[in-house]
Design a protein around this ligand. Structure first.
Ligand code: 13P
Length: 249
């Protein structure tokens, strides 16, 4: 039985005091929650939020990290610096990183391996553009991103990897993939994991759905066999909308 994993990606929102207020409310309201929870604030709020979620059932995540451990990389943040702040999880390959900041599979793969080497958990985001879906290429795109993103990752380390399927056309648009469409891609990605790592890994890997998840569609999505959680953007910015998603059942 896979556990559900509900994560909030706060993207580039909130000052430290705003982040602290939301984190405090979430810690209080999720303490009796049954699932695995994560919040991923911006780098500048990690220390503040980390102090609040410490020793709660809410994990601390970063939204990105550099592909190198340290050095002359102006504007980047290293895995060592994230660990120093108590970060436990890093989101990698988010579609905004892929499509706005032009990160490719090779770079994302380097980050995945570096994060795992340093003991972090990884949420590896995959997902197709609208034109790729319309051209019938959604499965192929997700397969390529999964295979290339996980190159060099051992079966043992895969236990610290979560996949997040986020169709790009559903992010921040109010358009959700139907639970059936999302489940079909999740099932396909699970098969890809099976080919790479075997049946046990395929059965166990957590695959989150992301893209306009809201309190009123979370339960239908989570009811699908291959959907094991959510990576939530807009609705993660308020406790009023994140908590009902986090407690969908
Ligand atoms: P929205 O929930 O705002 O569509 O964002 C999804 C997302 O990108 C989470 O990483």
């Amino acid at each position: 039985m896979r556990n559900y994993y509900i994560a909030g990606n706060w993207k580039m929102h909130k000052t430290r005091s705003e982040a602290a207020e939301l984190a405090k409310t979430l810690v209080a309201q999720l303490k009796d929650g049954k699932h695995k929870y994560l919040v991923a604030p911006t780098f500048t709020s990690l220390e503040t939020v980390g102090a609040i979620v410490k020793e709660s059932n809410v994990l601390l995540g970063a939204q990105n990290m550099a592909a190198e451990e340290q050095g002359a990389h102006t504007g980047e943040v290293s895995v060592l610096q994230l660990k120093d702040l108590g970060v436990q999880v890093v989101i990698l390959g988010h579609s905004e990183r892929r499509h706005v900041y032009k990160e490719n599979d090779a770079l994302i793969n380097k980050k995945v391996n570096l994060a795992l080497k340093h003991g972090l958990e990884v949420i590896l985001c995959i997902g197709e553009l609208l034109e790729e879906r319309e051209a019938g290429k959604a499965e192929q795109v997700c397969e390529t991103q999964t295979v290339k993103g996980l190159a060099g990752v051992s079966a043992a380390d895969l236990a610290r990897v979560t996949i997040a399927y986020e169709p790009v056309w559903a992010i921040g648009t109010g358009k959700t993939a139907t639970p059936e469409d999302a489940d079909a891609i999740h099932a396909y990605v699970r098969k890809v994991i099976g080919k790479l790592y075997g049946a046990d890994a395929s059965a166990q890997i957590i695959i989150q759905y992301g893209g306009s998840v809201k309190p009123d569609n979370a339960a239908q999505l989570m009811a699908k066999e291959n959907i094991d959680g959510a990576l939530v953007g807009g609705a993660a910015l308020k406790a009023d909308t994140f908590v009902p998603i986090a407690k969908f059942s």
